[in-house]
Ligand binder design. Structure first.
Ligand SMILES: [Ca+2]
Ligand SMILES: [Ca+2]
Ligand SMILES: [Ca+2]
Ligand SMILES: [Ca+2]
Length: 307
């Protein structure tokens, strides 16, 4: 029975929405847009990023990107173009990272498709011409109107086309110096939780992990992952530790790990999952299960890597 369950699980995880099959609005999100690069010309450096909110890879080969005017392009990758489950894909007008501002372009739609610097639309239709994703940015009244900075969606789920939920990236630079996160998580503003503390201690045969959030947005909760080497294989050791959904109040969490051996160093990460299935890992921190205290990594040290 266990084997059967395992096979079923593998089968389900292996599912992929292929071109021509129906997808649902919200499965793919238009997550970030660089409509007005500054480090390179617009003709060389426009791009936008898709995010797959589902647990299955989605093949967008044969899908259409268009606006409400003249831009229209059928994606022809010569084969599957997968947006990975819970992952990103970047489309741009120039796949040459030597001249496009220095990002990795997963698919180039070519130079006959434009992102206006004022108002424009990005519409994504699946192989059945059903509209899966859309944004209508306005060039200023409500949406950001950046130059040399991308604008990124910050949630909550369902607000994909709400300009007040899009913010200019002022944190992360790429390639030649423009701001944006093509191909990976949008910057701070999108972090679903503001984690202010994460530390572990050992006492009386128990490792105690404590962490604290200052704010939470659509936080379903946390899983504790552990490895026995810093770069080792991390595995979940807890069930879901429920979060507080959306909250502007601080919240403290604690988890006790009793499945430990003495005189070992254990490495812990927090896997935070939001209501839409997005996930972020925090850590690792280390805890030594010996009688003498040794150096332990603190959240303050590792947080510096994220900010
Ligand atoms: Ca432009
Ligand atoms: Ca420009
Ligand atoms: Ca356009
Ligand atoms: Ca991004």
């Amino acid at each position: 029975m266990k084997t059967l369950f395992g096979m079923v699980t593998i089968f389900v995880l292996g599912l992929c929405i292929v071109a021509g099959e129906a997808a649902n609005p919200g499965d793919i999100i238009i997550n970030e847009v660089m409509q007005n690069p500054a480090a390179v010309s617009d003709a060389n450096g426009e791009w936008f990023e898709l995010y797959n909110s589902t647990s299955s890879d989605i093949d967008i080969n044969g899908w259409t990107i268009r606006d409400d005017d003249v831009d229209s392009h059928v994606i022809d990758n010569g084969g599957p173009l997968l947006v990975p489950a819970k992952g990103y894909l970047v489309l741009g007008n120039n796949a040459d990272s030597g001249t496009n501002g220095g990002y990795t372009c997963d698919y180039s739609y070519g130079t006959a498709w434009y992102l206006a610097n004022t108002a424009d639309e990005i519409v994504l239709e699946d192989g059945l011409k059903a509209e899966i994703a859309r944004i209508n940015y306005d060039g200023g009244p409500i949406w950001p109107d950046p130059t040399g900075h991308s604008m990124g969606w910050t949630g909550p789920p369902g607000s994909y086309d709400d300009g007040s939920d899009w913010v200019e990236d002022t944190t992360a630079t790429y390639g030649d110096g423009d701001y944006g996160t093509p191909g990976y998580l949008n910057t701070d503003s999108t972090l679903p939780v503001d984690l202010s503390y994460f530390a572990g201690s050992f006492s009386a045969g128990v490792v105690t992990l404590r962490w604290r959030t200052e704010t939470e947005i659509n936080n379903m909760g946390f899983f504790v992952w552990r490895a026995q080497e810093l770069d080792g294989e991390y595995q979940a050791i807890s069930g879901l530790i429920p979060g507080h959904g959306s909250s502007l109040e601080p919240h403290s969490y604690v988890y006790h790990d009793i499945d430990i051996l003495p005189d070992r160093t254990y490495y812990y990460k927090l896997r935070q999952v939001d209501m839409e299935g997005r996930e972020i890992f925090y850590g690792p921190i280390s805890v030594f299960t010996g009688t003498t205290r040794v150096d332990q990594t603190t959240w303050g040290e590792i947080k510096a890597k994220y900010r």
